[in-house]
Design a protein around this ligand. Structure first.
Ligand SMILES: O=C(CO)[C@@H](O)[C@H](O)[C@H](O)[C@H](O)COP(=O)(O)O
Ligand SMILES: [Zn+2]
Length: 197
């Protein structure tokens, strides 16, 4: 297969996963947006975490809330737990890499805050521990997952919300996670600041 055919194949695979996702994810993304808006209206904040590409997604989300998405509006309180290398390296060095998010959540999380927990497999141990810490702090969890939801799916409570991408390839799942994040930003702005059309 030549390279361009290979590229086209990846585009088509991504389009397929987005099509399937558009059929099953809208109610879950809407619920997640309402949970986040309720949190923000009550002066809560949103903490976000994940590994690798999902760390980038956590930062992508928090920057769009803290700075802006598509319109001028006040800054909204969100924080990615993936960026403070002194904190992350010291926790990993002194305790365990599995603790890098949960320790931050135990310090920063308040009842009513939201955790955006991102994992394509649903099985990253540090994200699982983050969910447990969030529950201990009476926070609500929005989980962005894929495949069968992994161990994360079984940890979620009734108040939490899972957005599970119907795919098995990590890259394809991540591509829909980013789209879901943009939908969340759009819906948050729409609910808090009205239509921009
Ligand atoms: O971006 C990618 C692959 O596309 C990788 O960096 C990927 O995020 C890493 O392997 C992560 O450690 C995978 O973790 P998870 O999605 O299973 O929680
Ligand atoms: Zn990647």
């Amino acid at each position: 297969m030549d390279f361009q055919a290979r590229i086209t194949e990846q585009f088509n695979a991504s389009i397929d996963v987005k099509t399937w996702s558009s059929e099953v994810l809208p109610p879950h993304i809407e619920t997640a947006s309402r949970i986040m808006v309720q949190c923000l209206v009550n002066d809560g904040k949103i903490l976000a975490c994940g590994n690798g590409g999902s760390a980038g997604d956590a930062q992508h989300f928090s920057s769009e809330l803290l700075n802006r998405f598509e319109r001028e509006r006040p800054s909204l309180p969100a924080l990615a737990l993936t960026t403070d290398t002194s904190t992350i390296t010291s926790i990993a060095n002194d305790y365990s890499y599995n603790d890098v998010f949960s320790k931050q959540i135990r310090a920063l999380g308040q009842p009513g805050d939201v955790l955006l927990a991102i994992s394509t497999s649903g099985n990253s141990a540090n994200v699982i521990q983050a969910i447990q810490a969030a529950h201990d702090r009476d926070m609500v969890v929005i989980a962005l997952t894929g495949r069968d939801g992994g161990n994360m799916a079984s940890l979620l409570s009734q108040e939490d919300c899972e957005i599970r991408v119907p795919a098995t390839v990590t890259a394809r799942i991540q591509e829909v996670h980013l789209l879901a994040i943009h939908c969340l930003c759009d819906l948050i702005d729409h609910q808090l600041f009205g239509s921009n059309e």
